[in-house]
Design a protein around this ligand. Sequence first.
Ligand SMILES: *Cc1c(COP(=O)(O)O)cnc(C)c1O
Length: 397
Amino acid sequence: MALNLPIYMDNHATTPCDPRVFEAMRPFFIERFGNAASRNHQFGWQAEEAVENARKQVAELIGVSPKEVVFTSGATESDNLTIKGVAENYRERGNHIVTVITEHKAVLDSCKRLEKYGFKVAYLPVDSEGLISPDDVKAAITDKTILVSVMMANNEIGVIQPIAEIGKICREREVLFHTDATQGIGKIPFNADELNVDLASMTAHKIYGPKGTGALYVRRKNPRVSLASMMDGGGHERGMRSGTLNVTGIVGLGKACEIAGEEMASENERLLTLREKLRKGIENGLPDVSINGHLTKRLPGNLNVSFAHVEGELLLTSLNDIAVSSGAACTSTSIEPSYVLKAIGVSDELAHSSIRFGLGRFNTEEEVDYAIGRVVETVRKLRELASVWEASAKTGI
Ligand SMILES: *Cc1c(COP(=O)(O)O)cnc(C)c1O
């Protein structure tokens, strides 16, 4: 079978919309365009019914009541709403938040914003495999702590944090526990009660749904979480998120959750086999490669690899028919090594020559075979060139 190039292996950045999700969304663009808040006619009722059906699909996947699901524009908004909404409503109880240095920027920058307004934030470190220690969380909680926020699975190195243990600690200390579960929900089992999670962020476009729609789980009892809204207006979503609902996107999110729940077990097995094939193919083909992040406490589709003795940018441009991410991000002024790789002790130089592979639902074994061949061949060639260059620089030829 012929391969379609370029190959997409960047499924932690976003995923294609599953055609089944798109088909579920289709009628809501044109025929069923109603506003879910319109109470006086069938157009509104149809839209509302679709939204409530999607709410059930989301709730089912994460083991909560549909009333505890708030639709948002994505995980960035869900993270912001959580951190700023808890900060505002629990201010009297305390001004302290506990989080982790490898969190997504949506969490870190929300916390930084709060620091400007007098909040204190503990940014916990991770070990060399990317894991945080529940004991560190326990030690960081003070009588002023109102929120602990720890991501479920990391978007760069795929590491899965000990959410259940941290949840237990937070419950004992009566501190609210939020998890940015954007990379976890739909990919690994999640149950809010079992994990003692009070708030959880998710987004459709990382689980084969559309961009621009997400959700926040907000616990309604034991304890009942109170959130200040960021968007004020018509009082949609029980006052927590005003604004006309994105019915089409919400239908897509619901369908994406339904499919993820049904296919999770078999898909995980398939992805793990592909990921391990990719890992072994690269490791067997090349010396001086290292895998970043814990090997087994890890999303099945994630592989993050550092290649010593190659120039990072050159590596990425040479692999132009495989869409992957590098261990560095462009800012307005420079190329910065990933703060997540830095946090696990990867040197700046090695971070620059790191690649994140994100395998997903539509990747095939042929694509993985192709990627192994291209990566091994490219790194070998670049290393040879580099050593010829170095030798000639030394001898002055
Ligand atoms: C992608 C991602 C986000 C942001 O989600 P959006 O829906 O794009 O705003 C937040 N957290 C994590 C862990 C992510 O991977």
